[in-house]
Design a protein around this ligand. Structure first.
Ligand code: ADE
Length: 323
C-alpha cells in the first residue's frame, strides 16, 4: 500500500522518474513537485524511495534527485516508534558533514511521514564489494578514512551510530562516501546498562554480544569489520544459517570465539593484505577500553596504516575510484 514505485528499465543509471505518482503519497509535498521512482531500500518501519523534484525558475528546468524515507504514521503509532523518529530527525539535523547523508526536509501527508534525504547515486558499499569481490587496498584506505571522518562527527555529538555496515555506507556520484540510516543511532548517555541497539549481528562488538555496555567503542569494532570486509570480501564472522534466530546465535558464538580465542594469525584468510592486519587487530580488540580509538580519533588517524592520508582534505579531492 505504500508503494508508489513504477517499474523502470533495468540499468545501472539513475532510475527514470515514475510516470504516475500516487496522489495520497504526496499530498503535502507540493503536489506536483516530487516524482517518486524506484524503491532504494526497505526497513521494518520505512521504505526509501528515489524521487526527483523539478526546480522552477531555472531555464531550462532542472531536476534534483533525492532519497525519501517514507514511513506510515499508523505503523509508527502502533509500534510506539515516534520517539525513534523524532530522535533520528534531531540527530540528522544536528549533523552537517560531507560524509553523512543530509536531511533536507521533513514533510507529512495524512497517512505518511517523509524524510527527504540527500541522494547517493552509486548505491551502497555492500554492492561494490559483491560486484568487485573485494576492494583494492589503496581505495579501501580512502573509503575507511571517510567513514572515520563521519564517525568522528557523530561521536563528537555524543551519538553512537549503532549500525555501521557496508549497506549503510553509500557512495555519492562524486565517489565520496555518505553514511546513512540513523534509525539505530542513540545518544550514548541514554543507552541503559546492558541495552543493545538494533544493529546487525555480524558487526556487533563482543562486549555488546556479552550484554555489556554499548558505547561509541562498539562503532569502532564495526569499523574494523567493515574495513576487513572491504579487503577480504566477507566480514570477520558470518553464518550459513538462513533462519534469523539460528544465524544470530551462531554469529554471537563466532564473535566471542573470534574475539577471545582465535589466535591473531588465524583471524585472516590467506592473501589478506599484511599491511592492514595490525590496524584490524587494534580495531577488533576484545576489550573496548584497549581498542584503537579509545583515546580519541587521533589514535586511529595517526596509525601507520593511514600514513599519507590528510583526513581534513579528503573531501577536496576526487573520491576513490571504484569500478
Ligand atoms: N538508500 C537509502 N538511503 C539512500 C540515499 N540517501 N541515497 C541512495 N540510496 C539510498
Amino acid at each position: 500500500s505504500s508503494s508508489a514505485a513504477t517499474p523502470s528499465a533495468s540499468s545501472s543509471a539513475a532510475p527514470a522518474p515514475a510516470a504516475v505518482v500516487i496522489p495520497e503519497q504526496i499530498a503535502n509535498l507540493n503536489y506536483f513537485e516530487f516524482v517518486f521512482g524506484d524503491i532504494l531500500g526497505q526497513g521494518a518501519f520505512s521504505t526509501v524511495q528515489y524521487a526527483k523534484k523539478i526546480h522552477r525558475g531555472v531555464m531550462p528546468s532542472k531536476w534534483k534527485e533525492y532519497a525519501i524515507k517514507v514511513m506510515e504514521k499508523a505503523v509508527i503509532a502502533r509500534q510506539n516508534y515516534q520517539p525513534n523518529v523524532d530522535r533520528e530527525i534531531a540527530m540528522m539535523n544536528a549533523l552537517s558533514h560531507p560524509n553523512i547523508t543530509r536531511l533536507i526536509g521533513v514533510c507529512e501527508s495524512e497517512k505518511f511521514l517523509y524524510l527527504v534525504l540527500e541522494y547517493a547515486a552509486k548505491g551502497d558499499l555492500h554492492s561494490f564489494i559483491t560486484r568487485m569481490g573485494s576492494i583494492e587496498l589503496s581505495s579501501a584506505r580512502v573509503l575507511a578514512s571517510e567513514i572515520i571522518n563521519a564517525l568522528e562527527a557523530i561521536h563528537s555529538r555524543g551519538i553512537v551510530f549503532g549500525d555501521l555496515k557496508p549497506e549503510n555506507v553509500l557512495v555519492h556520484s562524486n565517489g565520496h562516501i555518505k553514511l546513512a540510516d540513523f534509525g539505530s543511532a542513540r545518544y550514548e548517555s541514554e543507552i541503559s546498562p546492558g541495552e543493545r541497539l538494533e544493529g546487525t549481528a555480524e558487526y556487533m562488538a563482543p562486549e555488546v554480544v556479552k550484554g555489556g555496555q554499548q558505547t561509541r567503542m562498539a562503532d569502532l569494532w564495526a569499523l574494523g569489520c567493515v574495513i576487513y570486509q572491504m579487503l577480504a570480501g566477507r566480514p570477520p564472522v558470518w553464518s550459513e544459517f538462513v533462519e534469523q534466530k539460528r544465524a544470530r546465535d551462531d554469529l554471537f558464538g563466532k564473535i566471542v570465539r573470534f574475539s577471545d580465542t582465535t589466535p591473531a594469525h588465524d583471524k585472516f584468510p590467506a592473501s589478506f593484505p599484511e599491511e592492514a592486519k595490525p590496524l584490524l587487530l587494534a580495531l577488533l580488540h576484545p576489550d573496548p577500553s584497549q581498542r584503537l580509538g579509545a583515546g580519541g580519533f587521533s589514535q586511529i588517524k595517526s596509525h601507520p596504516f593511514f600514513a599519507g592520508i590528510v583526513f581534513d582534505e579528503l573531501h577536496l579531492h576526487a573520491g576513490p575510484k571504484l569500478t
